[in-house]
Design a protein around this ligand. Structure first.
Ligand SMILES: *Cc1c(COP(=O)(O)O)cnc(C)c1O
Length: 207
């Protein structure tokens, strides 16, 4: 389980860590960097970046996180690889797929995955772990199940077609509202925020 800790205070993360949680997911770079500093005394925290990535942020993201779940284009992957510091292991990444096929959403198409995977497999400082998706939550269970299933199938074919591209062992899918369904369809990371920490403040109230 990835604890999604956007809007949560360092003390809330500290408390979750005391209960045994070590992996935390953050959406906003500045907010994440502040928490990393506040929690620098804890040695075994693992930070995952799960938000939209602007290309001018790749240097700091590559230096500060163990995982990035939200890579959706080659330009960003190239920059993350270039900027990953030599003293750290390769950066674990997932490709974010726009699984509902909505124009407005971030993520690459299923069709573009083979080309992306082939190109990313050449990047020395990345470890291509798998795929990530955020299906729209307000869909019938049967649709959600079908979305998760196409993610699992896509990962399986990539593994067959590009055996040397990376571990390809990861499906990052499922959130508070649909995590059981995602796990049943093969999720290896569920990204859980509200079910763990309680409701988030409404958007306008975030500092
Ligand atoms: C906020 C967020 C989550 C967690 O959502 P909950 O519904 O609070 O569990 C998971 N993944 C991403 C990418 C998010 O932005």
């Amino acid at each position: 389980m990835l604890a999604v800790s956007k809007t949560r205070s360092p003390d809330e993360l500290r408390e979750a860590h005391q209960s045994g949680q070590t992996a935390f997911g953050e959406n906003y770079l500045q907010e994440a960097l502040e928490k990393m500093e506040a929690l620098a005394d804890i040695a075994d925290l693992e930070w995952h970046f799960i938000g939209p990535i602007q290309s001018n942020k790749t240097r700091q993201i590559a230096a500060s996180f163990s995982w990035v779940h939200s890579v959706d284009r080659l330009k960003i992957a190239r920059r993350l690889s270039e900027h990953r510091p030599e003293n750290l292991p390769p950066l674990n990444i997932c490709l974010q797929v726009n699984i509902d096929g909505e124009d407005t959403k971030s993520g690459c198409t299923l069709e573009s995955l083979p080309g992306l995977v082939e190109a990313i497999s050449e990047l020395p400082r990345l470890s291509l772990r798998g795929l990530m998706a955020i299906p729209a939550p307000d869909q019938p269970e049967s649709t959600l199940r079908a979305r998760f299933r196409s993610m699992a199938n896509a990962l399986k074919s990539l593994k067959q077609d590009f055996p040397a591209a990376g571990p390809l062992d990861t499906l990052s899918m499922g959130m508070s509202g649909d995590l059981e369904l995602a796990i049943a369809e093969g999720a290896t990371w569920v990204r859980v925020g509200t079910a763990l920490f309680g409701p988030r403040p409404p958007k306008g109230d975030q500092s």
